[in-house]
Design a protein around this ligand. Structure first.
Ligand SMILES: Nc1ncnc2c1ncn2[C@@H]1O[C@H](COP(=O)(O)OP(=O)(O)OP(=O)(O)O)[C@@H](O)[C@H]1O
Ligand SMILES: [Mg+2]
Length: 507
């Protein structure tokens, strides 16, 4: 099957998200779609999937023009899409979710649960997905949940499967497994569109790379010959520094001190167990680890979003173990949260409002209860320029920005005041290479201005490049403290997996 997007244009208020885009895809190949945040990748794929109607242009399948008025039409034509935010019901089983995913009008009529279980098993064997139809979704790691979405797509017999940033939420191991699944799909004669910000991934898995910039296709790159820096320059339109530039740290006094910290959830599960460490002024401490080893709960406890069950947290010598998030904010703590849609941003508010959200109470912006919007708007304007936030205007609803631009709004807000401690969780998740360069340089600048910085990231490359000292978390404990200049990623990977380079398995 040959899929062709011909002269597609899609406008939103104030932006041309897709501007006369031409793109083809054949089954049996992987097309990587890359481009800056807001370049129009997700919009283009939503047009292909029948979620948006293009303002101009057409979609052709084997040279026949198609009209998709809803995803059901696209699905019927053989197009499937796995969204970045999965659409699964957490308390249902795999098979139950698969039943829900098939519309009663689909080619199977209404699917019976026993049939669904059988089909999950069959597809699972055929594509090597290793799925248990009776497992409950919320008990499954993200990578396995993603495979449930893949099964839903394959059940409807998709010839072309679109993945929107599938690897952003996966662990390194899950990414390897995901690529194996992609290869199996392609060998089985299907086509894959793969959106990613990780250029290494595009180079290693794609047969072709198409680059979008500001709504237009600016060219294609051949993965066999192109380099990361060439593609980065094509994407951004200027050379990009792909490595972090920083001098050695000049660590000063202790700013954050964590002693014997334990975090237990409502169900009595221990997520953080007896963790102690400190972060000094002027240094970046990184926390590496496979997702789900207590990093999320550690950050929540440090920022006041979750209660500590034991231990103490002090900032500049003051005990804040029992302070609320706002008190911590006023003591100079910044927090870039891992889940931008739930914790970082209010989608219904404007970009400007989000940029000053945590500062309504600061003197600069308030006279009693009244917000000084002139001052707030000035700050918003300068942050939009400084962080290159791609938005039609500062009044635009933050929820309509592209994923990476939402992240930039949060980073801009959190780093734009006087700070003692910055806690950044997955600070560049979903962010394009040009903006990663900027966010990393801002974090290093914070450090050099004397702020204590704690970076938690599942991207090993990122924590290794940024940190002056590296902690590794495994099963709720800090199992290693390393000098990132003196260890290899392999070595850190071993600690992350619960073993040690000398082969001793940790308890
Ligand atoms: N529903 C919407 N309403 C208004 N504007 C939108 C909407 N969806 C997208 N846009 C705008 O269209 C442009 C393209 O956004 P899109 O989400 O396609 O970018 P992207 O390439 O997927 O970026 P990212 O890498 O950050 O996910 C952006 O300027 C965005 O603000
Ligand atoms: Mg997107």
């Amino acid at each position: 099957m040959k899929l062709e997007l011909r002269a597609i244009t899609k406008r939103f208020p104030g932006v041309i998200a897709n501007d006369n885009v031409n793109l083809t895809l054949n089954t049996g190949e992987v097309l990587a779609l890359i481009g800056e945040n807001g370049a129009g990748k997700s919009t283009l794929m939503s047009v292909l999937y029948g979620m948006y109607k293009p303002d101009e242009g057409e979609i052709l399948i084997d040279d026949v023009a198609q009209v998709f008025s809803s995803p059901a039409d696209a699905i019927a034509a053989g197009i499937g899409m796995v969204h970045q935010h999965f659409m699964l019901v957490p308390v249902f089983t795999v098979a139950e979710n698969v039943v829900l995913g098939v519309e009663p009008t689909g080619r199977f009529g209404k699917l019976h649960i026993d049939e669904a279980r059988k089909m999950v098993r069959e597809i699972s064997v055929k594509y090597n997905l290793d799925l248990d139809p009776d497992a409950i979704i919320e008990d499954l790691p993200v990578g396995v949940q993603q495979r449930v979405e893949i099964v839903k797509v394959l059940l409807r017999d998709a010839k072309v499967v679109v993945f929107d940033e599938p690897t952003a939420v996966l662990t390194p191991n899950e990414i390897v497994e995901f690529f194996e699944i992609v290869n199996t799909l392609v060998k089985a004669g299907r086509g894959v569109v793969f959106i990613t910000h990780k250029l290494k991934e595009a180079l290693s898995v794609a047969n072709r790379i198409a680059v979008l910039r500001r709504g237009k296709v600016v060219g294609e790159a051949d993965p066999a010959t192109a380099s990361e820096s060439e593609i980065a320059e094509m994407m951004v339109g200027r050379p990009v520094q792909l490595t972090v530039e920083k001098k050695s740290a000049h660590a000063g006094e202790v700013v954050l001190s964590v002693s014997d910290l334990t975090v237990i959830d409502a169900d009595g599960r221990t997520h953080v167990e007896g963790v102690s460490f400190s972060v000094h002024a002027g240094e970046i401490v990184g926390v590496a680890g496979v997702q789900g080893n207590g990093q999320t709960e550690l950050v929540e406890a440090l920022t006041g979003l979750r209660k500590a069950a034991g231990g103490t947290i002090t900032l500049d010598g003051k005990d804040l173990t029992h302070s609320n998030p706002r008190e911590r904010h006023h003591m100079g703590m910044a927090h870039i949260p891992e889940d931008r849609q739930r914790q970082g941003l209010v989608g219904g508010l404007s970009v400007a409002e989000n940029l000053v959200l945590t500062r309504y109470h600061d003197d600069q912006f308030s006279h009693g209860l009244v917000v000084n919007w002139d001052a707030a708007n000035l700050v918003a304007d300068s942050l939009i320029t400084e962080y290159d936030i791609r938005t039609p205007s500062k009044e635009t609803g933050a929820g309509t920005l592209s994923g990476g631009n939402q992240q930039k709004v949060i980073v801009a807000r959190e780093l734009s005041r006087d700070l003692r401690l910055t806690i950044a969780a997955q600070p560049t998740r979903g962010v394009d290479v040009g903006s990663i360069e900027y966010i990393h340089s801002r974090i290093v600048k914070e450090r050099d201005a004397g702020t204590a910085v704690l970076i938690v990231s599942t991207e090993l490359d990122e924590v290794m490049a940024l940190s002056d000292r590296l902690l590794v978390m495994y099963r709720g404990k800090v199992v290693a403290e390393l000098d990132p200049k003196k260890v290899s990623p392999m070595e850190v990977g071993l600690y992350m997996a619960g073993s040690r380079p000398d082969g001793v398995v940790q308890k």
